[in-house]
Write a protein that binds this ligand. Structure first.
Ligand SMILES: [Zn+2]
Length: 673
């Protein structure tokens, strides 16, 4: 095979894969799969799991193997050629995906497999079939023709309206600037923010500093600017973006919000749900909108008093009433005065190599797995490494690449993605391989890269996702590792790992001063730990406010009632917000997560998974954080199962009971330890 992307006999051939291979590889593979599918459906008169589902799983696996390096390389290399290739290929892939999800014959074949499954069929087989059938239903494949075409139309309009929602925010933000001649007005801002503002002014042929409305600038001003009216100005600009309250109403998202809510409701009704919240929860661990509302209200009831006390402390410190544009600033001042924590001093203890070694030690300690760097594996960049992973028995169980440092063109943030999913079908097996990508400060001239504690938490988080991907025992790729796991449980393994980055025993092993090699001192750790709780209850209430607004909005929508989005927001704020929001605040108009992203009727997932993660970690604290038996149980009941089991039942099997919120409240300093 001359196209290296189609060579899936081993790891991706990163040295040979080039952007021009993408479209031909995809077109070839999809054409082959289309004819395979026709043959499969034609010959399968009485399809069973092995004759229908296994080959389809195999096809999905092959497609994801070919696509994975493409999506990865456009993210980590970010060259124009890779982006163009990716953008050209994405619609081809999307169209094929839609074609499969809309294939009624395929759905009927799955339904026959389902009814033919023997009573003693393994749970994983049942789940793979059940999830496929569920997804067919959610895609509207079994609707009468008229409804089916309406459903498709809604989905297309929704996609366009959601994109427009995002573009409005982007355009409204881009159009906003604020110019300064006098640096005194910008007192308190970090050097990095000032440099960017000066460069922005120069770019526009002006002197001085030009502030823009991107998130890093907004966040820096809200956290550090001493000038209170500057903070208020930025706050006003931020919370009125793309709304009727902005000076530029051409980007007003009000119409988009109404349209998106109406379309979602109609689509949900078409496929048999009372509202969009029900539709969204069909793929999640939470069962009903009421359950989510109760969950959020319970968290709020426990956190309110602590949040009020935090606000009082800030009021005292600032000597004034706290307005929304004072919160971040006063909190930062409190942290500096109370804990005298210097990020710079902390960083000296966390050279990246020491942190990674400590992290590998921790995983070995918990699960008996070992990691070996393998420099013979060809990667896409000098910064990238490959590690092979073995079980305590010495058997290889998978591998992963790391690419830890920021560089130009690379997508920002940190993430884990699959390169190869675990598979064991009809005698053919592959081991899981993943990518772990971060954007840490690159090594200095001496070759040393030092991490902040936030960075340490980030790499622990991502490593949690990686272990979830690597430790799976599921044979069917669609439900192996992270695949097929309910959305509100996906962050359990990652947030669970974060907890270890707040343990002195672990940090001691993950640290070594850049000059002296001395591990993190106990008193510095103590201050770090105290600072973890600063503002935690206020942050909790803020997340509850957003989540409650989101779930109520999607559960209570009624087409015949002229419902005001802002009215629901007011009710939610009256219930859970401790700060008074000004009348011009238009939170919904900039709330991309729920109106443009994938978090519609799902924003609660952040808190939901956090509760699970804290409660799971508490089991380790109760038994000793390196307790082998607890770790084994967590591995077996949670990390190995992929999407093969009912997740709540799996959690109960691990914990011996349903999750409780107490551990998260303790961890956030909201109730006493
Ligand atoms: Zn995550």
């Amino acid at each position: 095979m001359s196209n290296p992307l189609l060579d899936t006999s081993s790891l991706p051939r990163f040295a040979d894969i080039a952007p021009e291979h993408v479209v031909p590889a995809l077109e070839h593979l999809i054409a082959t799969q289309r004819s395979k599918l026709v043959d499969l459906l034609a010959t399968a008169t009485e399809p069973d799991f092995d004759s229908l589902v296994a080959p389809l799983e195999d096809m999905e696996h092959e497609l994801s193997r070919v696509w994975s390096p493409v999506s990865h390389l456009q993210g980590v290399l970010g060259s124009r050629e890779w982006r163009d290739a990716y953008n050209e290929a994405l619609p081809i892939l999307t169209e094929y995906g839609t074609e499969l999800s809309q294939n009624a014959h395929l759905q009927q074949a799955y339904a026959s497999v389902d009814s033919a499954l023997p009573d003693d069929a393994p749970e994983a087989r049942r789940s793979a079939v059940a999830q496929a059938l569920r997804d067919f239903r959610l895609a509207g494949v079994d609707l009468p023709d008229e409804d089916k075409s309406r459903f498709k139309e809604i989905m297309q309009t929704l996609a366009a309206t959601q994109a427009d929602f995002d573009h409005n925010i982007q355009d409204a933000s881009d159009a906003w600037t604020l110019h300064f001649d006098q640096i005194e007005n910008l007192a308190g801002l970090p050097a990095q923010t000032l440099e960017r503002a000066a460069a922005e002014a120069a770019r526009c042929d002006r002197d001085g500093w030009l502030l823009t409305l991107d998130f890093p600038t907004y966040h820096a001003v809200m956290t550090h600017a001493d000038n209170r009216s500057l903070r208020e100005t930025l706050y006003h600009a931020w919370v009125t973006r793309a709304s009727d309250q902005s000076a530029n109403v051409q980007w007003d998202n009000s119409g988009n919000i109404d349209k998106i809510l109406a379309l979602r409701h109609e689509a949900a009704n078409l496929v048999g749900f009372q509202n969009y919240a029900g539709y969204s929860l069909a793929t999640k661990m939470a069962e009903t909108p009421d359950q989510v509302v109760d969950f959020l209200r319970e968290l709020a009831a426990h956190s309110r008093a602590a949040a009020a006390a935090e606000l009082d402390e800030l009021r005292e410190l600032g000597g004034m009433a706290i307005e929304p544009w004072d919160l971040g600033y006063c909190l930062e001042k409190l942290k500096q005065e109370k804990f005298s924590l210097s990020n710079e001093a902390l960083r000296q203890y966390f050279p990246v190599a020491t942190v990674i070694d400590g992290l590998f030690d921790l995983a070995s300690n918990l699960y008996g797995v070992t990691f070996k760097r393998d420099d013979s594996v060809i990667t896409w960049h000098d910064d990238a490494r490959f590690y092979s992973v073995r079980d305590s028995s010495g058997d290889e169980i998978g591998g992963f690449y790391t690419d830890l440092f920021a560089r130009s063109g690379k997508r920002t943030g940190a993430w884990v993605d699959d390169c190869i999913n675990r598979k064991n079908l009809n005698g053919h097996a592959t081991l899981p391989v993943g990518y772990l990508v971060c954007n840490f400060a690159p090594p200095d001239e001496t070759g040393r890269s030092l991490l902040t504690h936030d960075d340490v938490v980030t790499v622990f988080h991502e490593f949690g996702h990686m272990l979830h991907h690597l430790l799976t025992r599921i044979d069917y790729p669609s439900i192996a590792g992270i695949n097929g796991v309910p959305w509100d449980a996906v962050e359990l393994p990652s947030q669970f790992m974060e907890n270890f980055a707040w343990s002195f025993e672990v940090l001691e092993r993950c640290s070594g001063h850049a000059k002296t090699g001395e591990p993190l001192p106990r008193d510095l750790f103590g201050r770090l730990e105290d600072s973890r709780h600063a503002g935690a209850a206020l942050a909790m209430m803020r997340q509850i406010e957003l989540a409650l607004f989101d779930i109520r909005l999607h559960a209570e929508y009624q087409p015949s009632v002229d419902m005001s989005v802002l009215q629901i927001l007011d009710e939610v704020r009256a219930e859970v917000s401790l700060l008074q929001h000004p009348g011009y605040n238009r939170l919904p108009h900039g709330f991309s997560h729920i109106f443009a992203g994938g978090y519609a009727a799902g924003y609660y997932s952040y808190k939901w998974a956090e509760v699970l993660a804290a409660d799971a970690y508490a089991a380790f604290e109760e038994a000793g954080i390196f307790d082998a038996e607890t770790a084994q149980r967590f591995r077996h009941e949670i990390l190995e199962i992929g999407g093969s089991r009912d997740f709540m039942q799996a959690y109960v099997d691990f914990r011996g009971r349903k999750p409780e919120i107490d551990a998260l409240l303790r961890q956030s300093g909201i109730v006493a330890e």
